[in-house]
Design a protein around this ligand. Structure first.
Ligand code: LLP
Length: 433
């Protein structure tokens, strides 16, 4: 078997074409995607374990010179198989709900002690669960939340370690739905108000002020806004310390983007450049860094495998109707996001045509790609939607009563079904049927 990756466009490293009996077939690590489709059906999410490990190691390397903890952002991909893999590599976690916390507890009780809890709407119940799990840090996002947390911790005779999530009013170039650090956004507390709130926090016996947290958005490719944010936060840390607070942690959030157009984002250089942008302004402050990457760890490590059901031409427009839809991968419909799409078998694909790749859902917004030039494929052929490891399955829904896809984790030659395909019976069960 020989390897080849010369077909048009770069692919994420876990996925490459191998020539098998004269056919050039896309593989995930050592496993043919055509075989996986036969075995598990389509649509199916396929993840590469070694890509995930490589990405995590790139972060570890880039930040090796400073005390730090990686708190993988569970919302990007919360599959227990992936969380288990990350926990084994000593990863901590960033959770935003009691449900995500339960997932972390399920894979490792110890990892809960390296877990941070963010989010603007934590309920009392969620706070109590997080206190019981003895999580590392609550990222508090309002004055009211501060008093509710103090009350919960007091009642449980616990001390909650807290950071205030500050809103730095920094603009980051990304889709407006996933930009979070501007003054008009719901997130955090105004940075100018932080000193007053830290005094309030310090007055509660059940709260222990431990750090400052910030997160300016997601899919950010230019690292300058991260540096700008850190400059503002560094100033605040100095002010807080001068006021007598003990600030040990700086939670810098997540947000580093990946290159969906070229899929070259796995380059460790990007992570190194990101580290430099963050660390410059923090030099000399002796802080323990908490990092919450999500997409940059799992995004390029996953694909959505789908089969062409029908080809059709309406007037002059060509459509590939595939068996994956907006309910399986919402990003194109919700953000107009671009995902590379490639045929699994490129042996016969010599000429190209421009098509819309659409799903069976009854909405015009149900597309995976529009006006995309692709190698000519046929009904029954398989396509891989690349860079779908982050915010793919976690954003999936049952719209149109479509059961969600199966998920498979590949490690070398090993194939593990980490979530079975839902059945319609699974969906109806909650309605008493
Ligand atoms: N920390 C906090 C507080 C966050 O809100 C997020 C993402 C992260 C960390 C992880 O960010 P990442 O490293 O993955 O960029 N559904 C959207 C992305 C939403 C991001 C929400 N917050 C998408 O598909 O692009």
């Amino acid at each position: 078997m020989s390897r080849t990756n010369q077909q048009a466009g770069a692919r994420p490293p876990g996925f490459l074409y191998r020539v098998l009996k004269q056919a050039s077939i896309l593989h995930c690590e050592q496993v043919s995607l055509a075989d996986l489709a036969k075995r598990f059906g389509t649509p199916v999410y396929v993840y590469s374990a070694s890509s995930i490990r490589d990405r995590l190691q790139a972060f570890e390397r880039a930040f090796r010179k400073v005390p730090h903890t990686l708190c993988y952002s569970v919302k990007a991909n919360s599959n227990l198989g992936i969380l288990r893999l990350l926990a084994k590599m000593n990863c901590g976690f960033d959770v935003v709900s009691g449900g995500e916390l339960e997932r972390v507890l399920k894979v490792s009780r110890a990892a809960a002690r390296k877990t941070v809890f963010s989010g603007v709407g934590k309920t009392r119940q969620e706070m109590e669960a997080a206190l019981a799990a003895d999580i590392l840090l609550f990222n508090v996002e309002s004055e009211s939340e501060l008093s509710v947390l103090a009350e919960c911790a007091g009642r449980k005779k616990k001390t909650a370690r807290i950071a205030l999530r500050v809103n730095p009013d920094v603009s980051a170039e990304t889709h407006p739905y996933i930009s979070t650090g501007l003054r008009e956004h719901k997130f955090g507390v105004p940075i100018a108000d932080a000193a007053r709130l830290y005094l309030l926090a310090a007055a509660h016996r059940s709260l222990s002020v431990a750090g400052v947290s910030v997160h300016i958005g997601s899919q950010i490719l230019d690292v300058k806004p991260f540096a700008q944010t850190m400059e503002r936060v560094a100033e605040l840390v100095n002010e807080l310390r001068a006021n007598g607070h003990s600030i040990t942690y700086i939670d810098v959030g997540g947000g580093l983007g990946i290159d969906y157009e070229k899929s070259t984002s796995d380059s460790p250089e990007r992570v190194a450049e990101y580290a430099e942008a963050l660390l410059g302004p923090l030099r000399g402050l002796k802080l323990h860094l908490l990092l919450e990457p999500g997409r940059s760890i799992v995004g390029p490590a996953g694909i959505l495998l789908t089969r062409v059901l029908y080809k059709k031409t309406n007037y002059h427009k060509k459509f590939l109707v595939v068996d994956a839809a907006m309910n399986d991968l919402l990003r194109p419909a919700l953000y107009g996001a671009y995902h590379q799409i490639v045929p699994v078998n490129t042996t016969t694909a010599d000429s190209r045509e421009t098509v819309d790749v659409v799903g069976p859902v009854c909405e015009t917004g149900d597309f995976l790609a529009r006006n995309r030039e692709l190698p000519i494929v046929h009904e029954g052929d398989l396509l891989a939607v690349l860079d779908a490891g982050a915010y793919g399955m976690t954003l999936a829904s049952n719209y149109n009563t479509r059961p969600r896809p199966a998920e498979v984790l590949i490690d070398g030659k090993t194939v593990k079904l980490v979530r079975r395909r839902e059945s319609v019976a699974d969906l109806l069960r909650l309605e008493g049927n």
